[in-house]
Ligand binder design. Sequence first.
Ligand code: ADP
Ligand code: MG
Length: 686
Amino acid sequence: MLRLQDSVSNLKGIGIQRLKLLGQLGIFTIEDLISYFPRNYEDWSQTTSIKDVSIGEIHTIQGKISTIPQNIKKGKLVMTKMKIQDSTGTLWIVWYGQPYLKNYFHKGETYLFTGKVNYYYGSLQLLSPEYEKINNTQKDSDIGILPIYSLPKKLSQKLFRNWIKEALEKIESTIQEFIPLWIRKQYELADLEYSIYHIHFPKDRQHFLTARRRLVFEEFFLLQLGLLQIKQTVDKKLEGISFKPVEEVKTFIKQLPFCLTDGQKKVMEEIQQDMYSTYAMNRLVQGDVGSGKTIVAAIALLITAKNGYQGSMMAPTEVLALQHYETLKTLLDPFGVTCTLLVGSLTKKQKENIWENIKNQKIDIVIGTHALIQESVSFKKLGLVITDEQHRFGVRQRISLSQKGESPDVLVMTATPIPRTLALILYGDLDISIIDELPPGRQQIKTYAVPSSYRNRIYLFMKKEIEKGRQVYMICPMVEESETLELESVIKYTEKLKKEIFPHYNIAYLHGKMKPKEKNEIMEEFSQGRIQVLVSTTVVEVGINVPNATLMVIENAERFGLSQLHQLRGRVGRGKHQSYCILISDAKNKIALERMKVMTDTTDGFKISEMDLKLRGPGDFFGTKQHGLPDLKIANLYEDMVILKQAQEAILALFEKDPFLQQTEHCFLKKKINELFKNSTEVLAL
Ligand code: ADP
Ligand code: MG
């Protein structure tokens, strides 16, 4: 008998090697193993008689081995061969390079074989089929649908399946249910044990669907519930500052060289309402790249300063912080609002000086990076905290910054627009504002997807743009996911461009490993127009605003997700000139082609993020690295939207009934949440 927390090494045939392989999949305990769900299934329930097979098709055939398996040398490879028969005919089964199979099969045994049928030297054969043994006692209905798991090459499906089977058979007691009965009843959810069993070994499609629905619901339910719990403990909503409307806002808007868009106006309205109210603002502003979020931030900061409070704005990179600083300084200086930049690369002396000025409120607005949340930074009267491009920050960081004041207003800005339902999971208790349009007169960025054979034509096109006085970003090719290689390739690529293609232009490179100061200098030169071509890794992805840059060339475009491509493309098309994005890719796989098509078809960030969800598998969207959230193992954010809404509904009902999960019927749920989220608060991004 096994307990869920026992090691998988208790199962048959798991030694050190296999333990290591399983460890790489995150499987250590029996519980981990049975929670490792299939990525797909093979339907073995439909068998074909040998007389009915068609050549070139995949069939499942039930047959009895009628010859002793033989190994035959074919050049360097060994071919293993045997004949099977059913009541309608015979067929050869052939494998290459797996000589051990000779001793695995025995004459007289019955198996199911699935594979492609071909016709070879006058006889039918199945080449390298999958196989599953049939016991004489087994009924047909026991075979059904077989799970397929994502496994490293060294682990076979068969082996893995058997471990799961063994584990499920030997688990000592029932698997503890944790979704309260009243919720399961209301949403007609199967219980946990049933679902686990049938997600691995469904008897038929209906069993599978029932099991899957429960597990998807569970995943959404736990994720959101966990998030809400964390929020409850970290930021209990408090009375906040009640700012007074100030005259300067009108003047500020009037003297802008453009009119605010309706989208900006609407969001400004919502922000002002929050700021003037007695509650602390907790608002997320979503807007596509280039929708003009910075102005919105500037106005909120102006209100803050003119009310006698300090404000801060945190950006994920120094380059971006510097850019915001310059923009905000220009905008706010005329109103007697003092701004300063606080970043890690300043000298100790400079920092100390700034800390001092923040403390005695000689400075109204501080713009910076993580340096802002250091302990030595303390504000005299912090009234507003803004974080830009928030997906780079963890909840802890946001909280630490807002704890530097007495419940200051909080504004979070994101440039990765996502559908509202999703925003609701990720941002739970934040109120959401959306800037739903771009400033008028923006020209659509013309986007082309081309193979690498077009490279010379692309160089010519770059030259044309540069001769017109424009500038170019090039996201450089990369061989592998390795920082050192990435670095090398940026430098090499730049050298090549300089030497062979554009000897007369100023070309510079930018990569993540450079010192912030170097990066700032390069960005400064680029935005001054002294650099014509900026070769870069994705460090230019967020926020950067250089309106004179009109061409974005992305090498190996297939290695980026849609949202990332959209962000990269968003670096151009920020000024009055027609802009272009060229995606270079030789990839032929369906997803890559689909992505290129989406990019050339639309520039709408919301649509793109929706497609992104659809094209990525479950889980990838949240990418643990980026968000620190538990993975979604089975739910698909796009396709399971209905279940997502049900889970949200259920949580609301639960909160009404028992917000702190104190009732006995919720004790297992509480335990589960605590286990699941015990490591998440540090990195959780909101
Ligand atoms: P993002 O939303 O991506 O952060 P920014 O705030 O950087 O966008 O704005 C992009 C550009 O659009 C800036 O050059 C900004 O001055 C300009 N801009 C912002 N609002 C408007 C508007 N209403 N009309 C015209 N241009 C605008
Ligand atoms: Mg921005």
